[in-house]
Structure formats: C-alpha cells, structure tokens
Design a protein around this ligand. Structure first.
Ligand SMILES: [Zn+2]
Length: 244
C-alpha cells in the first residue's frame, strides 16, 4: 500500500505477502489508523491466515502501527537494535506538531489526532542476521540491508521477484542520508549491490511509487548516485551545510 500518511511531503509505504498459512505484513505505517487499514486489507486478502509483522527499520513512520498489532497478539519481527523509547516517541510527536503552520492548530496540539491511540511497541521477535521464513508454500528471505539506518532490512519474495526494500530505496524523493555518516553510506552502497544482484522484477520502496521492470535499475542507480555524491562531498544533500 503506497501513500500512507506521514509528515508532508513524505508519505510512507507498507504491504503484505500472503502464503498458504501466514500473511506477513511489511511495516506498520506511522500510526494506529494506518495499522488498522493494513490489518483490514491483509485479513481480507488471506482468509484465516495467521498474521505476522516485520519492521524494515527503526524510524517511527515504519513502526508506528506496531502497538495496534501487538494489542491483537500478533508477532512483530524487526532488527534486534530497534529499541525506541517513550521519550523518543514523544519527541517525534512534538516535532510533528511543530511543523503545523497554523498557530491555532499548533496550539491545540493537533498532531495528537494523527497519533490517536498510537502506542509505541518495539519488535518482540528480534532479527540480527539474514533469515528465511516459510509462509506456507511461499519461502521469503529477510536480508539485512543497512545504510539508511543500521537497522534496515529488506524482504525478498523470490517466487514473485518482489522486494520490499524499506528506505534502502526511496522513489522520486531524495533519499534521507541524515541518519548516518559516510561510513553508513558506504554500507548503504554495499546493500544496494546486494539488492541489484537479486534482480527484482518489482520493488516496493519505503517511500514513493512502486518500481517495475526497467524502472528498478534506474531507481537503484538514482540512490547510488546520491550516495556517491554525498561521500565525495562529505555531507548529505539535505544537511543544513548543503543548503547554506
Ligand atoms: Zn521512512
């Protein structure tokens, strides 16, 4: 599902893979309402399947719906180093509220509405290495693809040639390099090499439209170019120093 709500101009993507027994939901959106939408689609599409969830990284736009799923007894897989705190989540909400331009809405704290009934939960099923998972006649691979953050992972569905890349790939948006340094960006390039080797037919990026066929190589190349330029410049294209 593309275009779930987040801080403008960003929307965020999430999706699911249905095997015969298990449906794996990839990312939970930024809030409980996104999670409810995902839960509805995934349940409708796969009948009596057991549901499981995986987070592709630690940022709140990918894990905001975790609490909704944990409240329903659904396991949430994710990188072992996703350990967000209540203080960090409060700071995210405050930051969201600060971006409201209208002073009256800002004063009312309307960011709280976006996060209505949204409860922080970290993954209860930690992952720290490449892992395969059988969803019932559908084997998938969970691949560590660090770079954007050290916790980034991708979900590869060989049967369909589909890759959920998380923010290792973002389409049309400028990738966000501001969570790391040049060391992380080098790792990110290696993650892109691993993804290119898979030769996916379809990529669901963390943000922006789905890429298919020839677009996939163009998408990988576009993120690679931004990373190489940032490494050469010693700064991200969206850092304050770059805009000064
Ligand atoms: Zn993101």
């Amino acid at each position: 599902m593309t275009g779930l709500g987040y801080a403008p101009p960003w929307s965020v993507n999430a999706g699911f893979v249905a095997g015969r027994e298990t449906t794996l939901i990839v990312d939970t959106g930024a809030n409980a309402l996104a999670a409810a939408t995902l839960h509805g689609y995934a349940s409708a599409a796969s009948g009596g399947n057991r549901l499981a969830v995986i987070d592709t990284e630690r940022h709140f736009d990918h894990i905001g719906g975790n609490g909704y799923f944990r409240d329903r007894g659904i396991d949430v897989y994710g990188h072992a180093n996703i350990r967000r705190t209540a203080e960090e989540f409060r700071a995210e909400i405050d930051d969201f509220n600060d971006q409201i331009r209208n002073p009256f809405r800002r004063a009312r704290g309307e960011a709280q509405v976006f996060y209505h009934q949204t409860r922080l939960e970290n993954p209860n099923r930690p992952i720290s290495e490449n892992t395969s998972m059988d969803l019932g006649n559908c084997e998938i691979e969970i691949l560590l693809t660090p770079g954007h953050t050290p916790t980034n992972l991708s979900v590869w569905v060989p049967r369909d040639g589909v890759l959920f890349s998380g923010d290792c790939l973002v389409n049309l948006y400028l990738p966000n390099l501001d969570s790391g340094t040049a060391i992380d960006w080098q790792q990110w390039l290696q993650s892109l090499d691993r993804i290119a080797d898979l030769a996916p037919a379809v990529v669901m990026p963390g943000h922006g439209p789905v890429a298919r066929g020839d677009e996939v190589n163009r998408l990988i190349a576009s993120v690679r170019d931004v990373l190489r330029q940032a490494i050469a410049d010693g700064r991200s294209p969206t850092s304050r120093a770059a805009t000064a």
